[in-house]
Design a protein around this ligand. Structure first.
Ligand code: PBG
Length: 325
């Protein structure tokens, strides 16, 4: 009997044929580049677990920003490291806090760049948790007040988008109300709607100096085993007025990216987090993988899974590779 089969390889014969049928594209406009700004002067500290990623003081931030702009990256996500921390994270909502000052700096000199302010307390609290603590518990509602103050002060400094990452219940509702009352009804919220309690955040906590001093974040961040819970989280954030939904981390959660993309009609963002970045860098430094090919394959996979935007520490490298094509 004659063999019956389909010749899929017809469409893979040459580079041009493959380009003709390609379904997913990664563009520099898809990237959001995280930047760590630190109080102090003349600081450019490399994060040992994140080669090529630095903490910058304001007076050296233009070194980073000039490069970002020249590579065509349009959006940055700011994280702040204050010189002093306290119980209630007051550096987060101080009008002259480090993120507020960095935002003013960038919006004055690079006015078309979209500045996204991460809204959380963990980099600013002495205990390293994302909210107010009482008897070793993170209190939900009192934390909302401080997070709202943080968001309003970031918007006042000129932030284009507010990105709350704290995982308190009701943070989108509280922040939306606070922004609207302060006259910032046009400032969108990019909600870390689906954020898992992940071991992949390890290197970030070195970079942001935000490791919890006791316990862990499992009473507010999600259990990696849960999928239905991701729908509940995304649903409430949509109801509360989120403009973007973030799924975080990226690589081990691309099923969730697809699920959320299929159910909700907002732009979906995936956060290709620090631990994912460090693994690639470590393997590449050992010569075990081809860094460029692996990074582009990962970013393509995130887009294919349904992410419209990718927060990634690989953004500068990937932008360079894309421009060389
Ligand atoms: C703050 C925050 C974290 C990350 C982004 N915002 C750390 C955490 O929740 O512990 C992690 C990002 C990364 O790993 O790259 N809450």
């Amino acid at each position: 009997m004659e063999l019956q089969f389909t010749r899929h390889r017809r469409l893979r014969q040459s580079a041009n044929m493959r380009a003709l049928v390609r379904e997913t594209f990664v563009r520099v406009e898809d990237f959001i580049y995280p930047i760590f700004v630190i109080e102090g002067t003349n600081i450019k500290n490399e994060i040992s677990s994140m080669p090529g990623v630095y903490q910058y003081s304001l007076d050296r931030l233009s070194e980073e920003m000039d490069e970002v702009v020249s590579l065509g990256i349009k959006s940055v996500l700011l994280f702040g490291i204050p010189s002093e921390k306290d119980e209630c994270g007051s550096g987060a909502y101080h009008d002259h806090g480090i993120v507020q000052e960095a935002t003013r700096f960038i919006k004055e000199r690079y006015k078309d760049i979209i500045v996204i302010a991460d809204t959380c307390l963990c980099e600013y609290t002495s205990h390293g948790h994302c909210g107010v603590i009482e008897k070793d518990q993170v209190l939900n509602d009192p934390s909302l007040e401080l997070l709202t103050q943080t968001a309003v002060s970031q918007a006042s400094a000129g932030a284009d988008i507010i990105a709350p990452s704290n995982m308190m219940d009701g943070f989108v509702a509280a922040i939306r109300k606070g922004l609207d009352e302060a006259g910032f009804e046009n400032v969108p919220i990019m909600s870390y709607a689906v954020k898992y309690a992940s071991a992949f955040y390890g290197p970030f906590r070195d970079a942001a100096d935000s490791t919890p001093q006791f316990g862990d974040r499992k009473a507010y961040q999600m259990d990696p085993a849960n999928r239905l819970e991701a729908f509940r989280e995304a649903e409430s954030d949509v109801k509360e007025g989120a403009d973007f939904l973030i799924v975080k981390p990226g690589m081990p959660y691309l099923d969730i990216v697809r699920d959320v993309k299929d159910r909700f009609n907002l732009p979906i963002v995936t956060y290709n987090v620090s631990g994912e970045f460090s693994m690639v860098k470590a393997a590449a430094a050992n010569g075990w993988i081809d860094e460029k090919a692996v990074v582009m394959e990962m970013l393509t996979g995130m887009k294919r899974a349904g992410a419209n935007l990718i927060i990634t520490y690989h953004a500068k490298d990937a932008a360079r590779w894309l421009s060389e094509q």
